[in-house]
Write a protein that binds this ligand. Structure first.
Ligand SMILES: O=P(O)(O)O[C@H]1[C@H](O)[C@@H](O)[C@H](OP(=O)(O)O)[C@@H](OP(=O)(O)O)[C@H]1O
Ligand SMILES: [Mg+2]
Ligand SMILES: [Mg+2]
Length: 395
């Protein structure tokens, strides 16, 4: 684990609560606490079958990830979580209000077919009024969701090994933030719980769901900090689900993160999408890599950052800036990187949301190769490029 200085909390019992608040007082800390509030909402929506089934909606037109899914869905949890994270960041850092972007648009249709814009208000009552429009007559669900959207968390509530720096060297005017409120919505909707695979990660199921919050430099396009929260990490028959979260920070001068430092990963393991081509998988295998698949772009990249796998490779155009920004920041803080796969354009970059651009404007259109080890990125890039050239020549 790499950690910053000045983050230990006195155990004299004096002002512990204030100390915990202080520990997450920077922007990365704010995103980390917001991710925990978001995870709480995600778990609540998932635990209420009525709520979930009422509010699963198909994304249409420019909003849909049509290169990955024939039918792409969102839930109330996606929309509410995005609003909640944006609200909390905007409250603590008003300068950033216009610079927080998300995967989803803010509307959801209620059972009367009316579009409702989801907002997190200043008070629980305001949020309740909004959610009750979305949830029709289910006032109990609207009330519990509104309360949960306003629930406050402190650093001590987080399942994290160390806290982000209080002092960040950030020029807020340059910062943009991408939120993927629920990554792997399909697994979230299906709700399956699958056991861990032979490599030590989950190939599918609720464990692959993550909340990704990535900070980037609007001028250079570089990732700066990231938070990934995994809301469904552990299940206890009495207490239900609990999660875990990770953060990273790399402003070009200092690199800090809460990820494990020592890794004994399977050095030759590459994780990819269930939708990856047989040709790309075969090319990796011919070069000595073992190839495994998993759901969730954020989860796959988190597995790389945690050292469970060596590399994430995707030749397809099915991920977006909100899928990769948080995890890319983590890899960058570890000395690694995430690059375009099908071109020689180097690292992925991030841009503020383009009005009217639809999701394609923020697509990682040339695929992704990500690793903690830049040499692995180069090697996998070269071998996939040459396999794609061969395919091109023979077709
Ligand atoms: O659930 P949303 O936030 O829409 O994000 C999706 C990504 O955009 C897709 O690229 C992921 O598919 P792959 O991981 O199979 O590429 C997809 O993963 P999944 O379908 O395998 O769960 C999601 O991560
Ligand atoms: Mg996603
Ligand atoms: Mg998503």
């Amino acid at each position: 684990m790499s950690s910053s200085d000045g983050m230990t909390c006195s155990s004299d019992g004096g002002d512990t609560a204030a100390c915990h608040r202080r520990q997450c007082s920077g922007l990365t800390g704010c995103a980390l606490l917001a991710s925990e509030a978001a995870a709480h909402v995600a778990r609540l929506c998932r635990s209420n079958p009525r709520l979930l089934s009422m509010l699963i909606q198909e994304k249409c037109g420019d909003d849909a990830n049509s290169s990955r899914f024939t039918h792409d869905f969102k839930t109330l949890a996606d929309v509410l979580v995005q609003r909640l994270v944006a609200k909390r960041i905007g409250q603590q850092f008003p300068e950033l209000e216009e610079s927080v972007y998300g995967e989803e648009n803010d509307t959801i249709q209620n059972n009367k077919g009316e579009d409702v814009t989801i907002q997190v208000g200043e008070t629980v009552e305001e949020t309740f009024q909004c959610l009750s429009k979305a949830l029709g007559d289910d006032l109990d669900s609207a009330k519990s969701l509104a309360e949960s959207a306003h629930k406050e968390f402190e650093a001590k509530d987080l399942n994290v090994d160390c806290y982000p720096p209080e002092e960040e060297n950030l020029d807020l005017e340059k910062i943009g933030i991408w939120i993927d409120p629920i990554d792997s919505t399909n697994e979230y909707i299906n709700g399956n719980v699958n056991s861990i695979n032979e490599y030590g990660f989950h190939s599918s199921g609720l464990h692959c769901v993550t909340i990704n919050i990535g900070l980037f430099d609007k001028h250079s396009g570089k990732p700066i900090a990231g938070v990934i929260n995994q809301p469904f990490f552990e299940f206890d028959p009495v207490k239900g689900w609990s999660g875990r979260c990770y953060w990273a920070y790399c402003d070009g001068q200092k690199s800090l993160n809460s990820l494990p430092e020592f890794i004994s990963c399977n050095q030759e393991l590459v994780v990819t999408s269930n939708s990856e081509t047989d040709e790309a998988k075969a090319a990796l295998q011919r070069s000595g890599y073992t190839v495994a698949t998993a759901s969730g772009a954020g989860y796959k990249m988190l597995c790389v950052a945690l050292g469970v796998v060596k590399c994430y490779a995707l030749t397809k155009d099915s991920t977006y800036e909100w899928d990769t920004c948080a995890a890319h920041s983590m890899l960058a803080s570890q000395g690694g990187t995430a690059c375009h796969c099908r071109t020689a354009d180097g690292p992925l970059t991030y841009r503020p949301k383009i009005a009217g651009g639809g999701v394609r404007a923020h697509c990682n259109a040339a695929g992704v190769i990500a690793s903690r080890d830049p040499q692995t990125v180069d090697r996998v890039h070269a071998l996939l490029q040459s396999s794609m050239r061969l395919q091109h020549c023979s077709s």
